[in-house]
Write a protein that binds this ligand. Structure first.
Ligand SMILES: [Fe+2]
Ligand SMILES: [Fe+2]
Length: 208
């Protein structure tokens, strides 16, 4: 069966290649940190990204979607450049931008799920949900490393991601099950309260 959905096809092709870029980037990131626990955690995240790439490929093969040579080249270069840059931009920035990218990746998988469901296909729901949740875990890990860093408020202002802003509305402490996960990544912007009861603005990059 072939998919009649260009946006979904493009999203799958892009995610397949972007996972490689992420894995390359984490090779440099793990190589550049000195702390052994951080090294091990980032290496585990690299393995998660290779696993995502394998799972996305399985879905693509099922619908005879070819790998995009252009995305493969583009993300190969991006991944290698980021990997190398981790050795020269200090400790904070690799953690910050990894967290920010992971935050955006969460909704990529939920958007795929919305698109598939729109075509009446639900067989990938669990896999896509788990990939989205895994990206959220990655985001939370990177944020946990920098949330008390004095540079975070400035970067959060500049790049719209940090302890008060996220590119998705997934909350691991109050997770919806897969059947109810449709609420994830649907709104562009939403207000809801953090622990202190003050409504915060959460920005979304999703276009759905
Ligand atoms: Fe991933
Ligand atoms: Fe990730």
């Amino acid at each position: 069966m072939k998919l009649q959905h260009n946006a979904l096809i493009d999203l799958l092709q892009k995610a397949y290649s972007a996972e490689k870029a992420a894995a390359f980037a984490y090779q440099g990131h793990a190589g550049s940190v000195k702390n052994k626990t951080e090294k091990a955690a980032i290496y585990q995240i690299e393995l998660d990204e290779w696993n995502h790439r394998k799972e996305v490929l399985e879905i693509m093969q099922q619908y005879q979607i070819p790998v995009s040579n252009w995305y493969e080249l583009r993300f190969h270069i991006i991944g290698k450049v980021i990997s190398f840059s981790c050795y020269i931009i200090g400790w904070f920035m690799p953690f910050y931008f990894a967290g920010s990218l992971e935050s955006g990746n969460v909704c990529e998988y939920f958007r795929m799920k919305h698109f598939f469901n729109g075509l009446g296909i639900t067989e990938h729901d669990v896999m896509l949900y788990e990939m989205g949740i895994k990206e959220k875990e990655h985001e939370v890990y990177f944020l946990s490393k920098i949330k008390n860093n004095k540079l975070l408020p400035l970067f959060e202002k500049l790049f719209n991601w940090g302890s008060k802003k996220s590119f998705n509305n997934v909350d691991l402490d109050a997770k919806y099950p897969v059947e109810a996960s449709d609420v994830y990544c649907k709104a562009k912007r939403m207000e809801y309260a953090d622990q202190d009861g003050i409504p915060r603005s959460r920005t979304y990059k999703t276009t759905t």
